[in-house]
Design a protein around this ligand. Structure first.
Ligand SMILES: Nc1nc2c(c(=O)[nH]1)N[C@H]1C(S)=C(S)[C@@H](COP(=O)(O)O)O[C@H]1N2
Ligand SMILES: [Mo]
Length: 271
């Protein structure tokens, strides 16, 4: 037993001989070996963590396809954003002259259908009562008070552009159609006419004074690829929420289905 420390010392000397007794080449070798071992250990830890994360149950409720721990972080983000975003927290605006004339088009989900008939388009609004929906034409929407905004449109993919939009604020629209009960609900959902693209918006952000049901870009009717005849423009959120070509609007206390949320993005997507 009394020999044990000696044994270990000898063992250690053999495996890790003192640096001075090593040639430069051996020293380099040892360093390489050490950092490689560290790499393996850290790598294994990362792998373990990833395995753990992968086997966590998917978060329940909505079809949000991410693991619970990931969702928890996203939900925590949402709380922070909700906190900093009060209705008087405005997105920065710019003079019309700053707006780009060549507006980039991004995403055409829900716009690809060939059987879309612009002349027959009407906005479908489903009320809280759950009865028959009512329909609004483009002429009726154009008669509502018009608001324009020039702001830095940000896509979650990492680009942005200063763009100029015109339409009716969602809040003016709600007032005009006396949707008070609906405005008191938690969420509004919007879908393209073919229901291929859909978003859910918390009511505070929907009623934000810069949120538009938009029918003009650069002073002209929306081009088809930008959501003709009517799209959402919501400057306090990333572009994924600015649904192009609104077909149906509905209201709910629960989070409405959301296309990109189902694919792992943050539901709130606030800026
Ligand atoms: N119907 C529909 N709306 C959509 C999308 C889409 O694919 N389909 N893409 C979104 C995304 S990711 C962005 S960044 C903006 C881009 O708007 P723009 O094409 O007018 O620049 O539209 C959003 N609205
Ligand atoms: Mo985007």
């Amino acid at each position: 037993m009394s020999n044990a420390p000696n044994f270990f010392r000898r063992f250690r000397r053999r495996v890790f001989p003192p640096k001075e007794t090593l040639t430069v080449e051996q020293q380099i070798k040892r360093r390489t070996l050490l950092s490689f071992s560290a790499f393996l250990v850290l790598g294994a830890a990362g792998w373990k963590g990833w395995q753990w994360l992968k086997h966590q149950p998917l978060d329940q409720g909505l079809k949000g396809g991410v693991q619970e721990p990931v969702r928890k972080v996203l939900d925590a983000n949402e709380k922070i954003f909700r906190h900093t975003l009060s209705p008087d927290h405005m997105a920065k605006t710019y003079p019309v002259s700053a707006a780009t004339k060549r507006v980039r088009t991004n995403g055409n989900i829900g716009l690809a259908t060939t059987d879309f008939d612009p002349a027959a388009w009407k906005l479908e609004v489903q009320t809280a009562a759950g009865g028959k929906p009512f329909y609004v034409t483009m002429d009726e929407i154009r008669r509502l008070p018009k608001t324009e905004i020039v702001f830095d449109f940000k896509c979650i993919e990492g680009w942005s552009m200063i763009t100029h939009w015109g339409g009716v604020t969602f809040s003016d629209f709600m007032k005009a159609y006396r949707l008070e009960k609906e405005a008191a609900m938690n969420y509004v959902g919007m879908m393209t006419p073919d229901q291929d693209y859909y978003v859910g918006i918390d009511m505070a952000s929907a009623l934000h004074p810069q949120t538009l049901l938009c029918y003009e870009m650069n002073g002209e009717p929306l081009p088809m690829s930008h959501g003709y005849p009517l799209r959402l423009i919501i400057p306090v959120k990333y572009g994924i929420k600015s649904l192009k070509r609104v077909g149906t609007i509905y209201f709910s206390e629960e989070r409405p289905d959301d296309y990109w949320f189902e694919r792992g993005y943050d539901y709130y997507s606030g800026l």
